[in-house]
Design a binder for this molecule. Structure first.
Ligand SMILES: CC(C)(COP(=O)(O)OP(=O)(O)OC[C@H]1O[C@@H](n2cnc3c(N)ncnc32)[C@H](O)[C@@H]1OP(=O)(O)O)[C@@H](O)C(=O)NCCC(=O)NCCS
Length: 149
């Protein structure tokens, strides 16, 4: 079974999840967040929804983070767990938790070529508001999405 929980601070338990997130960051993103960056984000108002698989030693299989300012950081699901609704569950939980934390609007940016993520955000009620030219280090444009919570 997949379990979801919210990480709000850094302690002996959560640090091992941050290490697993950093491994996924390296695998799936061109500018990966490190454990230090993740820990520092938690110290400055970020929260992270994590998904773990209890049939696999509670290994981390997905995550999504956002700041209480409304900025979403990164979302990812392990390749072998994709296509079964986990990404949507993580985004929906981020929206629910944002509401609890009195966030008015969530914002995110996504590479124009990342069709799968764009479909996911569309499905979760995000609206495309504008583009940022050459936003990424490799020159790719970003699409900015927002959603009232
Ligand atoms: C984007 C990502 C988180 C989606 O996770 P996921 O668990 O596979 O997504 P879900 O199964 O919940 O799918 C939700 C929706 O996403 C879209 N989607 C998912 N897989 C897709 C695919 N292969 N092709 C097109 N759209 C797809 C669909 O709209 C889907 O809804 P549907 O199943 O009703 O059609 C995952 O692909 C990932 O980790 N990618 C690498 C990291 C990344 O790019 N993160 C986003 C950075 S902005």
């Amino acid at each position: 079974m997949i379990n979801f929980q919210l990480i709000c601070d850094v302690d002996n338990t959560t640090i091992s999840y941050l290490q697993e997130i950093a491994v996924m960051e390296k695998k799936y993103f061109k500018s990966p967040w490190t454990v230090e960056m993740l820990a520092s984000s938690l110290c400055s108002s970020a929260v992270i929804v994590i998904a773990t698989d209890d049939e696999c030693d509670d290994k981390l299989v997905g995550y999504g983070g956002f700041y209480t300012t409304g900025d979403i950081t990164n979302i990812a699901v392990s390749a072998e767990y994709r296509g079964r609704g986990l990404g949507k569950s993580i985004v929906d939980l981020m929206i629910d938790n944002a509401k609890t934390l009195s966030v008015d609007t969530l914002f995110l940016e996504v590479r124009v070529g990342n069709t799968i993520a764009i479909n996911l955000y569309d499905k979760c009620g995000f609206k495309h508001i504008h583009n940022r030219k050459r936003y990424y280090e490799d020159g790719e444009d970003a699409m900015i999405f927002s959603r009232e919570v």
